[in-house]
Design a protein around this ligand. Structure first.
Ligand SMILES: C[S@@+](CC[C@H](N)C(=O)[O-])C[C@H]1O[C@@H](n2cnc3c(N)ncnc32)[C@H](O)[C@@H]1O
Length: 229
């Protein structure tokens, strides 16, 4: 028998922490436990790419948003790579996460950052963030919440967008025919209807891409862009 220790699979460990939290009716508590274990070297955050999301990078390259004098908000910002890219475009950028250790790690990763990193809960955000941001970026946060919480989370994300502002949502895609109870999250990928749920009478879906994941071409991701009147 080999005496080599077997590294735990980060996806398996993440799911274990998530399931434990969900069983205790605490759907967000596992994020802090995971980031905290990762900062002690006892776990790996599976979505931490050490770089901005490629679909955000390509959106920035093609849309070339001018950030000077404008405000941006990055939702569920994790360790800050997407927020740094947004701030590099000149936006005065706030990035938030429910996990204090994620925010601490973001500050540590980007010591010269201009981003304001804050601990906040998407489901109970500061009132003065309503309609306050010219660019809002949401990547993989809504899908990390159980389906029952997604409508509230989606509404909160939409509410951050100021008049004339843009929302960019990147999410794993789910077929509309796959029923909710067939999904063993996290994550709980978003259907096209869930992507459309970010719209309001004055927040319009203006662009929608569905592309295969480079890591697994059987999985698809949405990148949706919305514009508020
Ligand atoms: C799957 S991760 C994605 C992180 C980052 N957006 C990315 O793409 O790398 C989901 C993130 O949302 C955060 N999160 C989950 N629920 C949240 C909530 N209610 N409010 C704020 N952040 C939340 C988690 O701590 C985690 O960092």
């Amino acid at each position: 028998m080999s005496s080599e220790s077997v590294e735990p699979d980060p996806e398996v460990e993440t799911r274990r922490l998530a399931n434990e939290s969900l069983r205790q009716d605490d759907p967000t508590g596992w994020f802090e436990r995971l980031y905290s274990a990762a900062s002690d070297g006892a776990a790996v955050v599976p979505w931490d790419r050490g770089a901005a999301h490629p679909l955000l990078t390509s959106w920035i390259e093609s849309a070339a948003p001018a950030g000077e004098g404008r405000r941006a908000l990055v939702v569920g910002a994790g360790t800050g790579w997407d927020a740094e890219l947004v701030a590099d475009q000149g936006f005065s950028t706030t990035a938030f996460d429910i996990s204090p250790t994620a925010i601490e790690t973001a500050r540590h990763n980007h010591p010269d950052s201009k981003v304001e990193y804050e601990v906040a809960d998407l489901l109970n955000p500061p009132a003065d963030w309503q309609r306050a941001f010219d660019l809002v970026v949401e990547i993989y946060t809504v899908q990390a919440l159980p389906i029952a919480l997604q409508p509230e989370a989606t509404k909160r994300v939409s509410e951050f967008v100021a008049a004339g502002g843009t929302l960019v949502v990147i999410a794993a895609a789910r077929d509309d025919n796959t029923p909710d109870n067939a999904i063993e999250g996290p994550p709980w990928p978003l259907t096209r209807a869930a992507i459309e749920a970010f719209t309001t009478p004055d927040l319009h879906l203006i662009d929608l891409d569905r592309s295969p994941s480079p890591n697994d071409p059987t999985l698809y991701r949405w990148r949706a862009e919305y514009l508020r009147d």
